[in-house]
Design a protein around this ligand. Structure first.
Ligand SMILES: Cc1ncc(COP(=O)(O)O)c(C=O)c1O
Length: 393
C-alpha cells in the first residue's frame, strides 16, 4: 500500500477542497507540472522539426513520454498516438475507418456522448447502428452484444467503465467473441486507465482510447489512441509532420504514430502526461485500484443506507458512485455540498443523456474517487448528504 497522506502533498489544491469529481478530470501531481515547467523554461522547441538543440531536446522528451505511456499500457509504441482527449481518438476511428454502405456498428446505451455521437453520425451516412441495453445496474451482457452481431457488423464500440453507473464491462470477452467473427472492437478506457490495470497486450483491442487527464493524472488537453492495425485507418488530419514526401501531384504519408499527429502537437502536455504516468506506475495501479474501490464501496454502502437517498450502479463497481436525494435536483445537491463543505462532485447528465434517461431520472449526483482521496473525505460526504436528506425529509 502507499501512504495517501504523503501522496496528497503532490496535489496542493487538496488542502483547499474535497475533490470528488475525478471522473470528469483529475488533479495533476507536482512532478508532472514540474516536467511541463521544465519544457517551457529549459528547452521549448518544436517536435520533429529542425536540427537545433531545442528542437532535438523537445523531440526526445516527447518521444520518451510516448514510450512511458506505451509501456504503461503494454502497447506497441508505434501504435500509441497522442491526441487532445478521448473524444478525438474515437472520432479519428469513426472518420478514418474504411466503411462501406450497409456496414453495421454496435454500441451500448451506457456510452458517453463521445462514444455515441460519432457512430450516430455514421448512421446518417449509410451505416446501420444497434444500441445494446444494459441491465438495471448498467452492466452490459456480452451475450447481448454477440447476438446483435450480423454478417455486416464491422465494429463494436464499448466503454470499459461507465461514467454514469460505475459498472465494469467484460471487454475482453467482447473482444474474443468479436475476433472470431472478424469484427473490430473499440474500447473506451476513459474511466479505466490509471484506475485499474489495463494491459493492451492481453486485452488486445483493435482500438483503445483514454484521456490523459483522468486516471493517468496528466494535464487537460491530452489523450491517447491505440490502433492495432494503423494501416487500416485514414488519418483525419493532413498537414505538417505527417508526410514523408510531397510533389505537386501527390503526397506520401508517414507511418504511425506520425501519420495521426498532423500539425504541432501538444508537446508540454504529452511530456507532462509521460511524467504523470511514471508517477502512477511508481505508486502501482493495483494499489490505486484497491484504495479507490474501498472508498467507493464504503461511500456507496453508506449513501444507500441514508433514508431518501438512492444509489445507482452495481455492487461490484469501479470508483464512480452516482446517487440522488429524493425530492432534490442533482445540481442543487452538488451546490449545497460545495457551498457548505467545499465538496466538489459532478451533477447532471454526465454527457450521457441516453444512459441517464435509462435510469428514468433527470440527472444524478456523482462522487468519483482517485488515489489521493481519503476515508475522512468519504465521512464528510456521508455526513453532509445525511444533513441534506434530513432537511428535505
Ligand atoms: C466514458 C467516457 N468516455 C469518453 C469521455 C470523454 O473524454 P474527453 O472529454 O477527455 O474526450 C469521458 C469523459 O468524461 C468518459 O467518461
Amino acid at each position: 500500500m502507499y501512504d495517501v497522506h504523503s501522496v496528497r502533498e503532490d496535489f496542493p489544491v487538496l488542502k483547499e477542497v474535497i475533490y470528488l469529481d475525478n471522473a470528469a478530470t483529475t488533479q495533476t501531481p507536482v512532478p508532472a507540472v514540474k516536467a511541463m515547467d521544465e519544457y517551457f523554461f529549459k528547452y521549448a522547441g518544436n517536435h520533429g522539426r529542425g536540427a537545433h538543440r531545442l528542437a532535438r531536446e523537445t523531440t526526445n522528451h516527447y518521444e520518451d513520454a510516448r514510450e512511458n505511456v506505451a509501456d504503461f499500457l503494454n502497447a506497441d509504441v508505434k501504435k500509441t498516438i497522442f491526441t487532445r482527449n478521448a473524444t478525438e481518438g474515437i472520432n479519428v476511428i469513426a472518420r478514418g475507418f474504411p466503411w462501406e454502405d450497409g456496414d453495421h456498428v454496435i454500441v451500448t446505451l451506457v456510452e458517453h456522448h463521445s462514444n455515441l455521437l460519432p457512430w450516430m453520425r455514421l448512421r446518417k451516412e449509410g451505416v446501420d447502428l444497434t444500441i445494446v441495453k444494459p441491465d438495471a445496474t448498467g452492466v452490459v451482457d456480452p451475450e447481448d452484444i454477440a447476438s446483435a452481431v450480423t454478417e455486416r457488423t464491422r465494429l463494436i464500440a464499448i466503454t470499459q467503465v461507465s461514467n454514469v453507473f460505475g459498472s465494469i464491462q467484460d471487454v475482453s470477452r467482447v473482444i474474443r467473441t468479436a475476433r472470431r467473427e472478424d469484427v473490430r472492437v473499440l474500447v473506451d478506457g476513459s474511466q479505466s486507465a490509471g484506475h485499474m490495470a489495463v494491459d493492451l497486450g492481453s486485452m488486445d483491442p483493435d482500438f483503445f482510447v483514454t484521456p490523459g487527464h483522468k486516471g493517468l493524472l496528466g494535464p487537460q488537453g491530452t489523450g491517447v489512441l491505440y490502433i492495432r492495425e494503423p494501416d487500416l485507418i485514414e488519418p483525419l488530419f493532413l498537414g505538417g509532420g505527417m508526410v514523408r514526401a510531397v510533389t505537386d501531384l501527390d503526397y506520401e504519408i508517414e507511418a504511425s504514430p506520425s501519420k495521426f499527429e498532423a500539425g504541432t502537437p501538444n508537446m508540454p502536455g504529452a511530456i507532462g502526461l509521460g511524467r504523470a504516468v511514471e508517477y502512477v506506475k511508481d505508486i502501482g495501479v493495483k494499489n490505486i485500484e484497491r484504495h479507490e474501490l474501498a472508498l467507493a464501496k464504503d461511500a456507496a454502502r453508506r449513501l444507500a443506507a441514508i433514508e431518501g437517498v438512492e444509489v445507482y450502479g452495481p455492487k461490484e463497481r469501479a470508483s464512480v458512485v452516482p446517487f440522488n436525494v429524493t425530492g432534490m435536483n442533482a445540481h442543487d445537491v452538488a451546490m449545497i455540498l460545495d457551498q457548505t463543505r467545499k465538496i466538489c462532485v459532478r451533477s447532471g447528465y454526465h454527457c450521457a443523456i441516453p444512459g441517464i434517461g435509462f435510469l428514468g431520472v433527470d440527472g444524478t449526483v456523482r462522487a468519483s474517487f482517485a488515489l489521493y482521496n481519503t476515508q475522512e473525505e468519504v465521512d464528510k460526504l456521508i455526513e453532509t448528504v445525511l444533513n441534506v436528506a434530513a432537511f428535505v425529509a
